[in-house]
Design a protein around this ligand. Sequence first.
Ligand SMILES: CCCCCCCCCCCCCCCC(=O)SCCNC(=O)CCNC(=O)[C@H](O)C(C)(C)COP(=O)(O)OP(=O)(O)OC[C@H]1O[C@@H](n2cnc3c(N)ncnc32)[C@H](O)[C@@H]1OP(=O)(O)O
Length: 232
Amino acid sequence: MSTDSSASGEQPVETTDPGSVDADGAPFLQQPDDGSGHLELAAELRRLRGLVAGSTFEDVHDAVATVRELSDHLEKVGTRVNPFTYETWGVPEHIGANPAIGSRNPISPPLEPVVFPDGTVRVELTLGIEYQGPPGCVHGGIVALLFDEMLGLANAAAGSVGMTADLRVTYKSPTPLLQPLRIEARQIRTEGRKIWTEATLHTGDTLCARTEGLFIEPRGIRDEDRDKPIEG
Ligand SMILES: CCCCCCCCCCCCCCCC(=O)SCCNC(=O)CCNC(=O)[C@H](O)C(C)(C)COP(=O)(O)OP(=O)(O)OC[C@H]1O[C@@H](n2cnc3c(N)ncnc32)[C@H](O)[C@@H]1OP(=O)(O)O
């Protein structure tokens, strides 16, 4: 959990941080740092995002000018990239921009998955106020986003890739903000191009939500890319 009191001047503002990597699992789809400072920039913007969503201010017009200047600067020095093509599933550049797992995307928590020998993919994380739905609780749409991603990762861990065709989420008890959360996902079975995958979200021993997803392997990917190593 990262805290910062400089912006509000009063209460430390708690923002989102991914949890620690479980020692028993292997890091999965690690995203390389190209040394450009891009990942640090994304991390700082994540902190900023938590501060903006989770603070009140008397007057922040100076901050508006500063951030506008930063945006103008990044627009000048950056090379814009286009959305990726369908064939690029899983390459690091594709994963880095993802809104749930992407280390380069300030919207993402981001997730830092670990994979276990039985194919289970787990993340541990704590979500801050910028993900609030009901008071004190994580927004249900965010839970669905995280589930969708985790199911996709479990599929990747099993060597398959699929488009979400059906995603059912059962919300059993509120998912708390600012408490450690644990999501575990595993592919259950496949039949032709159809893939069934499940996941749960717990805080401590409490089941907050569970999901079942049906994924369909895109036509064309299977034959050409089945043996392609996962690069992310
Ligand atoms: C190896 C490389 C690893 C790479 C490592 C990557 C790691 C990186 C991880 C990133 C993880 C991202 C995870 C986010 C995942 C999204 O966000 S995906 C985006 C959201 N989903 C979409 O936009 C999907 C939109 N829908 C579609 O594109 C198409 O409907 C689909 C799903 C591709 C299916 O279309 P289709 O291929 O034409 O399928 P079709 O032939 O009609 O049906 C095939 C079978 O599926 C059944 N089916 C199809 N849809 C449904 C449905 N909704 N309900 C029930 N059955 C259905 C059909 O009945 C049929 O069954 P059978 O007759 O064979 O028994």
